[in-house]
Write a protein that binds this ligand. Sequence first.
Ligand code: GRF
Length: 195
Amino acid sequence: MIRFGVLGSGKGSNFRALAEAFQTGVLDAQPVIVLSDVEHAGILDLARTFEIPCHFVAPGPYRTKMSPEAEIEIVRLLRDAQVDFVVLAGYMRVIKEPLLNAFPGRILNIHPSLLPAFRGLEAWRQAVEAGVSEAGCTVHLVDAGVDTGTILGQSRIPVLPDDTAESLHARIQVAEHELYPRIVREFADHLQAGE
Ligand code: GRF
């Protein structure tokens, strides 16, 4: 079985979509551990609901990245759980060398824009403010940059004339919950096939 770990900082709706997609056991891949840098994050409550082992890892003094010690602890937990790859689901910190080097080419992220447009925070708000007619979400491999790695898949949705940042974000999230399980499944299939 292919095993993956999930990292998230927030409410965990993408993790929920993944857990539901993979819980049937029909697929030969499973989320086996959930880690968060936020002690009371919704994603940890969801992991308990799905009976998937989960841990809070104290992030250390920085706001945008884990301390090196904390990231090394994340790597240790992922290795102990024998994960084959890592899925970021609303994880709000930049990934640094310890994790990148431990899982090269094996960390996936979902970003709420049609990359390369609107990297960084609140991409849905950036899209509304830029007045674009189309938005969406992107699953990509994680590299040392912010939202820069190889694109694995995208979903496109129209921006409606009366969209606010919030209404657009809500519709992007619906698209995310379909896209992410599909791309994670494809990625797991490739690993399974030894590609
Ligand atoms: C999603 O919009 C995702 O694109 C971004 O962070 C948000 C996470 O939401 N990376 P959730 O915690 O999965 O609900």
